[in-house]
Design a binder for this molecule. Structure first.
Ligand code: GAR
Length: 203
């Protein structure tokens, strides 16, 4: 059953592995006084992730949990405990470059979102922008979706289209898509928090 909308601001957690520009967009879109929701926790599997620094700068709790060689169980156990302790309502993967186990996803039904730099189901997995250039498509974009057990396969919440221009490099195309991601992710989160999107309820 869809738990949203809540009768209080939702508590959001962001999982990020790198630069954290989507995290920044989410922090900006959901400031501490937003009645719909606020980012209260940022978790990274990389100690050096810029995302952790950005969280600290924004006054949000930032936690590094190592992703141990040969297994994600330890990471997931620690992350689950942390999410529970912070009474998180919705988990947002923002450049989190790991695949979560079916068990982890099942513990958060309909409560984990991801952003991906392509028009899924096209170009899932790594280097989506490179894949688009290689395929010679004239249009690509970004997708915000609910996370299921697959790799970039869950129900889609929204997509934004981006043209591929002559002479585009992976960098120029990625930058054009990223600008759309920064609009798309907050908008998708708003839809979920308002109760307007839920896996199974196609929008
Ligand atoms: C974004 O382009 C995001 O869509 C992508 O990583 C980048 C993270 O940038 N995610 C994936 O490819 C997931 N499969 P950011 O750290 O600046 O938000």
């Amino acid at each position: 059953m869809n738990p949203f909308p809540l009768e209080r601001p939702a508590r959001l957690a962001v999982l990020a592995s790198g630069r954290g520009s989507n995290l920044e967009a989410l922090l900006k879109a959901f400031p501490p006084d937003d009645p719909l929701g606020r980012v209260v926790l940022v978790v990274s599997d990389r100690r050096q992730a810029l995302a952790l620094q950005k969280a600290v700068q924004a006054g949000v709790e930032a936690v590094y949990i190592p992703w141990p060689k040969g297994g994600r169980a330890q990471f997931e156990e620690a992350a689950l405990q942390l999410l529970q302790a912070h009474r998180i309502d919705l988990v947002l993967l923002a450049g989190f470059m790991r695949l979560l186990s079916p068990g982890f996803v099942a513990a958060w039904p309909g409560r984990i979102l991801n952003i991906h730099p392509s028009l899924l189901p096209q170009f899932p997995g790594l280097h989506a922008q490179r894949q688009a250039l290689k395929a010679g498509v004239r249009e690509t974009g970004c997708t915000v979706h609910f996370v299921d057990e697959g790799m970039d396969t869950g129900p889609i919440i929204l997509q934004r289209r981006v043209p591929v221009l002559p002479g585009d490099t992976e960098e120029s195309l990625s930058a054009r898509i990223l600008a759309e991601e920064h609009q798309a992710y907050p908008e998708a989160v708003r839809r979920v928090l308002r109760g307007e999107a839920w896996p199974g309820s196609r929008i």
